[in-house]
Design a binder for this molecule. Structure first.
Ligand code: CP
Ligand code: NVA
Length: 314
């Protein structure tokens, strides 16, 4: 099977890829997913090893990357922060350089985005961002791939994100704008997405004919949405603010009433883990509007395509 070739060595944010590369990634993902479902092996990374550095918790990211590299014929190494000398102060530059002598790719989940960038700078193997405080590109790519499976061409569709202007809001804005999706963000005052990321997304949107808007109004943002998306009010690293945030985000919730009154045909998405009764009601998450399990599954298929492309062609 021919692996698509792309220009970037790393995937740190969605805009490391071009529009046509995302389209090519989705095409390749469909092939891998179909083969996997048919029980056909595709050992495109036979003998290769992915190091998976986790400085934050994970269920989906860890299991989908580890399963994915195994299905591609390689192996995944879980590298927890406290099990590595990195946790005892070994310089990141040394860690990245040394790991690059052993393994063929690095997936990193960490706090500051600059750390993921530093791994790319000081290592010599491809680096994949498995979530930083600012971006979660693999999740956004899996989300738009899921939308593409459900509704075909994405250009002109509307995705509304309700909640914190965080790593998910950023990645959904960037990827959506690149794909021609109208992205509408509703956040409480003080929790808007980063202005530079909004500006970058709006630049992409100009080229694809889409729009990127930010408002405080959940109702206004949700009008006629094809997808209503939300994420936790307190992300990893913000646990000490969780109680305060419950008050600050009150009302920034996907409810059945919101769907009925503003976006009756909307599909509901959430990167998970979810807090039922906070950013989304249990009724909505467990209703036929919800496609959360499909998007979680697609993390596996999209990331296999990402790994094969970055680790199999460089
Ligand atoms: N959506 C996501 O990244 O889930 P985990 O935190 O479980 O990896
Ligand atoms: N915004 C959340 C996403 C979890 C997948 C966090 O960073 O914790």
């Amino acid at each position: 099977m021919k692996i698509p070739v792309i220009h970037t060595k790393h995937l740190l944010k969605v805009s490391d890829l071009s529009h046509s590369e995302i389209t090519e990634l989705f095409r390749f993902t469909r092939i891998l997913k179909k083969q996997q479902k048919a029980g056909k092996k595709h050992h495109l990374l036979k003998g290769k090893v992915l190091g998976m550095i986790f400085e934050k918790s994970s269920t989906r990211t860890r299991v989908s990357f580890e399963t994915g590299i195994y299905q591609l014929g390689g192996a995944g190494l879980f590298l927890g922060k406290n099990d590595m000398q990195l946790g005892r102060g070994e310089p990141l530059s040394d860690t990245a350089a040394v790991l690059s002598r052993y393994i063929d790719g690095i997936m990193i989940r960490t706090f500051e985005h600059s750390k993921a960038e530093a791994f790319a700078q000081f290592g010599s193997v491809p680096v994949i961002n498995g979530l930083t405080d600012d971006f979660h590109p693999c999740q956004a790519l899996a989300d738009y791939f899921t939308m593409y499976e459900k509704m075909g061409c994405l250009s002109g569709k509307k995705l509304t994100y309700i909640g914190d202007g965080n790593n998910m809001a950023h990645s959904l804005m960037l990827c959506g704008a690149m794909l021609g999706v109208n992205v509408s963000i509703a956040t409480p005052d003080g929790f808007a997405p980063n202005e530079d990321v909004v500006a970058e997304s709006q630049d992409f949107a100009k080229k694809t004919g889409a729009t990127v808007t930010v408002t405080n109004s959940v109702e206004e943002a949700s009008k006629d949405a094809d997808v209503l998306y939300t994420d936790v009010w307190a992300s990893m690293g913000q646990e000490n603010m969780a109680e305060e945030r419950k008050r600050q985000f009150d009302g920034y919730c996907i409810t059945m009433d919101l769907i009925k009154n503003h976006a009756p045909n909307a599909l509901v998405m959430h990167c998970l883990p979810a807090h039922r009764g906070e950013e989304v009601t249990a009724e909505v998450l467990d209703s036929e509007h919800s496609i959360i399990l499909d998007e979680a599954e697609n993390r596996l298929h999209v990331q296999k395509a990402v790994m094969a492309i970055l680790m199999g062609t460089k």
